[in-house]
Ligand binder design. Structure first.
Ligand SMILES: NC(=O)C1=CN([C@@H]2O[C@H](COP(=O)(O)OP(=O)(O)OC[C@H]3O[C@@H](n4cnc5c(N)ncnc54)[C@H](OP(=O)(O)O)[C@@H]3O)[C@@H](O)[C@H]2O)C=CC1
Ligand SMILES: CC(=O)[C@@H](O)[C@H](O)COP(=O)(O)O
Ligand SMILES: [Mn+2]
Length: 391
């Protein structure tokens, strides 16, 4: 049997480690030929020992030097240039992008331009450059296989369904760690509170995005690009159990849904094995009779203004989604670093979007310039807030 050769960006993270579980569980199907990581060199060492990849990329030069000494037979590259080098190596079939943030964009574009298939967890790349990525994928024949659980659900439901038969998509939202709090109660919430997701175990950035509802905003934009559905036909419902991963309504009113455990190994494995559904060796118990009841509620866009704003920036297009995303990346990190309050995340994103102005027909370079400018501005606003509070 010919194995699928995999490159994994973000191998030391939440999705990355679960992807390694899937690869290790199917040694006859998959082979890890290369991976990239950020700072976690100890985990990177373990991965090299367990999987013997040919190429590794470290975010930091000190890690590159240390790994090159320990593993002289492995090609070790560094930084953003290293990510591009990895995306360009000859010998792989699919690139699984599980890096967090829009740093994952350049290697994705490179791989798509080379016609390579992408298993995409890194939603930020589609939010920033969705039109470019999807247009290039159509040109080169690269498949964009969603890993994000809601999009993986829609993708599975759509197998064998004609695009013209689709009326609308419904993305489910858990509501995040603060779903039962009023806006007033959000004034003094802490990072620990925010990181206590009711259903999923994930990295810090996305768990916080889930609490601000930015995650759902990014997912609406991601769905628009992946499935080519207009924003007015993409709905979000509050679904506390996260059992229905998402739904598709057909023209005749039939609603098709995908259900399952809250275990990312399922969508990761399907993206890697597509179009096959392989046996899941680490199956998480899933028994609807244990769950008993499923609940669905309307989203309150006043309570969750970041979802409302995501629809607005998505419809505006151009650099607006990139500005929303960049402002969020800076503000999310600032809250994690204890520099700002939870509600200041929303305030910074809203200000960045409202201050952004552009003419139609933004090129990718103009969008990337807006992304950079937004990061600089929002970083400055964070510093200003710290100064003001120190007064
Ligand atoms: N976690 C989940 O269940 C889900 C995640 N996603 C999406 O998947 C992506 C990854 O999320 P998650 O796994 O939670 O995130 P984590 O924070 O757990 O992991 C992020 C990974 O990216 C690596 N990384 C960060 N910066 C760099 C860099 N500059 N160069 C190379 N590697 C880097 C980190 O390395 P290190 O740790 O070594 O510093 C780590 O391996 C996000 O876009 C998220 O929105 C989507 C759906 C579900
Ligand atoms: C597992 C996954 O795909 C996450 O994006 C998850 O959807 C977060 O859940 P909520 O944003 O609905 O809380
Ligand atoms: Mn998701």
């Amino acid at each position: 049997m010919i194995k699928k050769k995999i490159i994994l960006l973000g191998a030391t993270g939440s999705v990355g480690v679960q992807a390694l579980d899937v690869i290790a569980a199917h040694p006859e199907q998959f082979e890890l030929v290369g991976f990239a990581f950020g700072k976690n060199i100890e985990k990177a060492r373990e991965i090299i020992q367990a999987f013997s990849p040919k190429v590794v990329v470290a975010a930091q030069e000190s890690s590159q030097i240390a790994l090159a000494e320990s593993f002289p037979d492995v090609e070790i590259h560094v930084g953003n240039e290293g990510l591009i080098t990895l995306a360009k190596i000859e010998d792989y079939d699919i690139l699984l992008n599980a890096i967090v943030g829009s740093v994952g964009l350049p290697p994705t574009i490179e791989a798509v331009q080379l016609g390579r298939d992408i298993a995409l967890a890194n939603k930020e790349t589609l939010v920033v450059a969705g039109y470019t990525i999807m247009a290039e994928a159509a040109r080169t024949g690269s498949k964009i296989l969603p890993v994000d659980s809601e999009h993986a659900a829609i993708f599975q439901v759509l197998q064998g369904v004609q695009k013209s038969d689709v009326r609308s998509l419904t993305i489910t939202a858990s509501g995040g760690s603060f779903r039962d709090k009023t806006r007033e109660e959000l004034l003094d919430v802490t990072l620990d509170d925010a990181l206590a997701h009711p259903n999923w175990t994930m990295g810090a950035k996305i768990t916080l995005d889930s609490a601000t509802m930015v995650n759902k905003g990014l997912e609406v934009i991601e769905a628009h690009h992946l499935f080519g559905v207009p924003y007015d036909d993409i709905h979000v419902v509050l679904h506390r159990e996260s059992v229905v991963h998402s739904m598709v309504t057909l023209q005749d009113g039939a609603v098709l849904a995908q259900l399952g455990a809250t275990d990312m190994r399922e969508p990761i494995q399907y993206a890697l094995s597509y179009p096959k559904h392989l046996t899941m060796h680490h199956e998480t118990p899933f028994d609807l009779t244990e769950i008993g009841a499923l609940h669905f509620e309307k989203m309150d866009l006043v309570r969750f203004p970041m979802l409302d704003l995501a629809y607005r920036v998505g419809k505006l297009g151009g650099g607006y989604p990139a500005v929303y995303n960049a402002a969020n990346e800076v503000a999310n990190q600032a809250f994690q670093d204890g520099k700002i309050t939870f509600l200041e995340i929303e305030q910074l994103i809203t200000r960045a979007v409202f201050e952004h102005m552009e003419f139609d027909g933004q090129t990718l370079n103009q969008i990337l310039a807006s992304d950079k400018r937004t990061r600089q501005k929002v970083s400055q606003w964070v510093e200003d807030l710290i100064q003001e509070k120190g007064k």
